[in-house]
Structures are given as structure tokens and as C-alpha cells.
Design a protein around this ligand. Structure first.
Ligand SMILES: [Zn+2]
Length: 148
């Protein structure tokens, strides 16, 4: 089995575990065909690309990170690329905190994407999915504890 195939499978498995939400920003992601995503969340042209589901290495491959379940999560293309564009790549926890803070401040995804979050947390019933509270603090909780 070729290596990229393993990674693709890992990505899908992790995405499903994460309810298809980005590991960092918690926005919904699409994989393969963008049409259903675009239909479900109202079409927004030019912005679909950033929500493509990608495999994110928590420890970057160049630092010896492996293609394993422990090291790979599903993240949207934008979060993934932005993290690795940083001069000092933040740790997953620090980056996640950074991303959530930026979202609350309206400085991450463009404001026309923010309805994705609303839909995700109890929008029209045909698109609402059971949300697991596991290790993810909902955005509203971060907002409350953040104070600024
Ligand atoms: Zn993201």
C-alpha cells in the first residue's frame, strides 16, 4: 500500500471522529466533492477551498512526525496551511487557542463564513448533527472565559 493512501485513510478516519469539523477552528469541512457542502451551507464562491479537509501532522513531518493516528488529525486547508506558514510552528494546543481567539475576534475566516458555525450548533434540523462535547470546548464557552 502506498504511503499517501495510508495518510488519506487516516485523514478520513480522523475527520469522521471529529464529526467532520476542523481540529483547529471547528468549522465544517468537505472532502472529495464540494457540491453537497456548498449546497448544505449555502453557496459561497471562492471560499470553499479553505474548508477542504486536509491531513494535519501535529508534529510536522520535517520534524520527524509520522503518519500515525496519534500524529494526524483532520484540519481545514486554511488552518493547516496557516500553521505551517508561521515562522515558529505553534504546538497544536497553542495554535488551537490562537485560532479560537482569532475566530471570536472575527479575524480568522471571513465573516460570510461564520454562518457555518451557527448551522453546526443547532441550525435547521436537517443539517444539525449530534455534537459531542468530549475534549472540545464550544466557542461560546471560550468566549465567556476569555473575557476580552
Ligand atoms: Zn480550520
Amino acid at each position: 500500500m502506498c504511503k499517501s493512501n495510508t495518510l488519506a485513510k487516516l485523514k478520513i478516519a480522523q475527520a469522521n471522529k471529529q464529526n467532520r469539523l476542523c481540529f483547529h477552528c471547528d468549522f465544517p469541512m468537505w472532502d472529495g466533492d464540494p457540491a453537497p457542502f456548498s449546497e448544505r451551507y449555502h453557496h459561497f464562491s471562492g471560499l470553499l477551498d479553505r474548508f477542504l479537509c486536509t491531513a494535519e501532522h501535529l508534529t510536522p513531518r520535517m520534524d520527524g512526525g509520522k503518519d500515525t493516528q496519534e500524529n494526524v488529525v483532520a484540519a481545514c486547508k486554511f488552518c493547516n496551511q496557516t500553521r505551517h506558514k508561521m515562522r515558529n510552528v505553534l504546538s497544536p494546543t497553542a495554535y488551537r487557542r490562537h485560532v479560537r481567539r482569532r475566530i471570536v475576534a472575527g479575524k480568522w475566516h471571513p465573516s460570510e463564513c461564520h454562518h457555518l458555525l451557527k448551522w453546526r450548533s443547532g441550525g435547521p434540523s436537517e443539517v444539525s448533527r449530534p455534537l459531542r462535547t468530549s475534549d472540545k470546548a464550544p466557542l461560546s464557552a471560550i468566549q465567556l472565559s476569555n473575557g476580552n
